[in-house]
Design a protein around this ligand. Sequence first.
Ligand code: HEC
Length: 129
Amino acid sequence: MLIRKVWATVLPKSWGLLLGLLAGTIVVVASCSPASAPEVTVGADGTTDAVLVTGREVFMDRCVACHDADGSGNTIGPRLNNGRLLDVYPTLEAAAVVVAEGKNRMPGFSSSLTPTEINAVLRYISEVL
Ligand code: HEC
């Protein structure tokens, strides 16, 4: 009997608490999920370029923290989108040296990304962003 009484008073409260926690979690998750980098579009031949898809994955994993999801830059790193990359560097190979070796506050990625991945992310930046 006593137990039932206790449950009757505790249960509604704990449901309220649970619902509150659930709602709170949803709000936090929704506000923390970063904007996603632009998708690679399907080409005229009906296929997507696998290199660009890899490049997008590398970009989302390793670059968005400092260059933003759309490459527009933030308080840490400069803008890379809208042709800016090829305004600054004559070729993607020249830009790849910066990504591999780093520059000032930009870390080098030569030990964590392969040359193929660096090439892929730079193609994504110059062709999709
Ligand atoms: C920790 C922050 C950070 C991360 C992560 C980062 N960058 Fe940078 N990036 C910078 C900063 C800061 C600069 C500016 C360096 C300078 O010129 O002093 C920069 C510059 C660059 C430049 C040269 C742009 C220019 O205008 O000269 C390229 C290209 C670049 N980043 C690409 C990338 C790529 C690709 C990735 C992901 C693989 C990446 N960055 C990840 C901070 C970062």
